[in-house]
Design a protein around this ligand. Sequence first.
Ligand code: ADP
Length: 407
Amino acid sequence: MPNCAQYDKLPSLQPLLFNPCCYTCQDYTWALGKKEIAAVKPELVVFSDRNSRNFQCGLPLSCSYMLNFDNTQMAKRVFSGFRPTGKQHIGNYLGTIQNCVSLQADYDCVYCVVDIHALTTLESTEALQEDVYEMVLDWLAAGIDPQKSIIFVQSHVPQVEELHTLFSMLTPLSWLLRVPTFKEKVKMQPQNVNYGLVGYPVLMTADIALYKGEVVPVGEDQLPHLELAREIVRRFNSLYGFVFPEPQAKLTSFPLVAGLDGVQKMSKSYNNHIEIAASPEEIMTRVRTGFTDPARRYRSDPGHPEACNIFALHKFFTPARVEEIASECRHASIGCVDCKKILARSISSALEPFREKRAVFVAKPNYVTEVLAEGANRAQAIAEETIKEAKEKMKLPRRVNLGDIRE
Ligand code: ADP
């Protein structure tokens, strides 16, 4: 093994850490993938936080070791943040949550309720706690598993605010002013165009970068933000040296779910949504209000399924009958009312296991609180390492403990 002075002292680490290729590091802290290692040798104590990428090795600081290990085998980190909008809707599920669930099999996942982001648009914070609770319940019921993933609340790990400030110093204002969602928000809330609103993508970048997120499951609406996040970390890395990987968006096959109004994307802000926790009756009521093909004014008019957002939902929820429904619509042998009834029933039965699982979690009153408390601890351990690394790279003056310089 080249360049690894201590390699022979680490026999039990060999299969886990060291491999004669690709990654070289001179520091005594490494960012790695998902592995758990306990103490190995008295002179070389190696440990990691559970599910954390921060492996620390108690090598003396005075030594400069060239340690080689294979980081190609390490699981990439997934990060996704959701504003606390309470119960989740089908757009959230199809656009993002289903990916968050499936990615857990192969990646190291971190999922965050971004409550600070919510402050950019909220008029009142009264419902915030409740919204966080309802939202996390939906995630858990949908299959996000706290044994596999870190689930936490953004404001519980304050290092994100530090990284946000550092990033804001290297992000040109012109980049932020051209973001489409900023322009949209200015129109939506002209009475509250706050400083946080323009910095929203900088905070989002800090969220992802703090956990060195490489894969970001999002809906299509978030792509401009993610592009900006990539530009910001690229700028940091080129100014100060590499710390942050460039995050890549991960879309589902349903990256943009239209709202029931047929105009906007499905969103709670537009009240054009169907909640995934909705009862069969609520689903039926909601679907009944759905906008359909505008050219089909009478039952006898032939329809255009490709222009109908009810049909778009059939593609996901009624896959076995989708061709048949399209053909019946085109030949006007099925009306919109019946087509909607089929959809409501399909959605209800697809979400039944979800409702059952959710009820189990509701019956455990402290469960969500425990998940979030554990998640915050795990997230904070990673965040502390990253912020330390970023500040060192930026050459910010190091804070010295008095005890270290006084006898
Ligand atoms: P909302 O739009 O309901 O306020 P958020 O903006 O907090 O929800 O979005 C949370 C996640 O869900 C993001 O990754 C976003 O891209 C995704 N998402 C939200 N609405 C949709 C939609 N209509 N179609 C696809 N994905 C969506």
